[in-house]
Design a protein around this ligand. Structure first.
Ligand SMILES: [Zn+2]
Length: 159
């Protein structure tokens, strides 16, 4: 099973943590996780055209899961444990203080990322791993299409 799905087997604390598992858990943003792949499949069906796993701003070390560079929309698929989903986050049962601090750091970093990118004209859309992929894809599509229309309009009528 891929990491980042929100069933309890992926949360630390159920068993003692061996070094290999611990290494995996320090990887905050998994690539090609199950919810991410499901979302991509929906986006493909909508024929929007996207890029994967790129930095919106090359000099800024944050990688988006799905990007729409023309519309300046970046999608982050957030794991319910790692990003403290209000519905599914449960504290770890072992080394609780350690994990609590780690998750706090993740959330703080998420907010910094959102702020930094939005100040530079990017729209950051965060999708929880528990969201229905087709619904999330629809939400993304609306924003992408709106922003593409807007950017075409502004290209046609320079200020
Ligand atoms: Zn959740």
């Amino acid at each position: 099973m891929k990491p980042n799905s929100y069933d309890k087997s992926d949360r630390p604390g159920a068993d003692s943590i061996d070094p290999k598992v611990s290494a995996r858990m320090t990887r905050i943003r998994g690539r090609d996780t199950r919810p991410e792949v499901a979302l991509r499949k929906e986006l493909r069906a909508l024929r929007l055209g996207y890029r994967l796993h790129k930095r919106p701003i090359p000099s800024y070390r944050r990688t988006g899961d799905v990007l729409f560079p023309g519309a300046k929309v970046v999608v982050m698929v957030d794991g319910c444990f790692w990003h403290r989903c209000p519905e599914h986050y449960r504290p770890a049962t072992q080394r609780a203080a350690f994990w609590d601090q780690k998750i706090n750091e993740n959330v703080e970093r998420d907010r910094q990322t959102d702020r930094f990118l939005s100040e530079r004209g990017w729209l950051v859309i965060r999708v929880w791993e528990h969201e229905v992929p087709s619904v999330a894809a629809q939400r993304i599509a609306e924003m992408v299409q709106m922003r593409r229309r807007r950017s075409r309009a502004s290209e046609g009528h320079p200020a």
